[in-house]
Design a binder for this molecule. Structure first.
Ligand code: SAM
Length: 243
């Protein structure tokens, strides 16, 4: 199959998101480890386990960035399977491709520059779609969820790993203080760009909470939609099926 490239509509938010990820692409991995104290690795491992990928499956890792999830999936689906690492941002994709080719896992992996709001893949194509820390950055989230639903096969599942709303008493305040002061500071020290990490804190605060995102998934057609809180709800994994 050939997946064509497409014109990306440039709204204000989309422009900001593009700037942010062009700016941080080459330091993205080290920033993830620093900002989350390495815990993003556990969140991703949890998500991969929940995905329960089988050999031979077709997986789309959307907003895949530098490819942490795609790398695992590539091993799990094996030579008869297929993994597409898709991202809207050329700098992030370049970074991901370089890293995965070095890791020697590119055999069943393909790379595509796509907008989650209008996926250029056929209907009923993938067994699994994942989007990790990506939905937050998408302007029209409802359109993106509908698009993910469309490209899933009947029986397929969607997993959304995203920042959410802390549910432990007191955690919300500590977390707010951390994200609005420490994050921009670390951002400036490591990438020379505090603004991008201020954007990160703001986008986390604006993102729909657990219940709201669950409703949006139901709205988009997903069935048996549920979620799991991780680290006191700082992060949640949502899962839904297309039947
Ligand atoms: N999934 C990776 C991870 O968990 O480390 C990368 C997450 S990174 C925080 C968010 C990614 O979403 C960026 O690579 C960005 O380019 C991508 N992105 C933002 N808006 C997008 C859109 N509309 N369609 C596809 N990808 C998008």
């Amino acid at each position: 199959t050939h997946f064509g490239y497409q014109q990306v509509p440039v709204g204000e938010k989309a422009r900001r998101v593009a700037e942010v990820f062009h700016s941080v692409a080459d330091r993205y991995d080290v920033m993830n480890d620093l900002m989350s104290f390495g815990v993003h690795r556990l969140w991703k491992r949890y998500t991969v386990n929940l995905a329960a990928v089988r050999r031979g499956e077709r997986v789309l890792d959307l907003a895949g960035g530098t490819g942490d999830l795609a790398e695992r999936f590539s091993h799990l689906v094996g030579p008869d399977g297929e993994v597409v690492l898709a991202d809207i941002n050329a700098s992030m994709l370049r970074q991901g491709r370089a890293r995965l080719v070095d890791a020697g896992v590119a055999g069943n992996l393909r790379f595509a520059q796509v907008n989650a709001e209008a996926l250029p893949f056929p209907d009923n194509h993938f067994n699994l779609v994942t989007i990790a820390f990506g939905l937050r950055n998408v302007t029209d989230k409802a359109a993106a969820l509908r698009s993910m639903y469309r490209v899933l096969k009947p029986g397929g599942r969607l997993l959304v790993l995203e920042f959410s709303k802390p549910v432990l008493p007191g955690l919300g305040k500590i977390y707010d203080a951390y994200s609005f002061t420490a994050l921009p500071l670390m951002g400036r020290m490591v990438t020379g760009d505090a603004g991008s990490y201020r954007y990160l804190a703001e986008s986390i605060r604006m993102h729909p909470d657990q219940q709201h995102l669950r409703e949006m998934m139901v709205e988009a057609g997903f069935e048996r939609s549920d979620y799991y809180n991780l680290t006191g709800g700082i992060v949640a994994v949502h899962r839904g099926y297309k039947f």
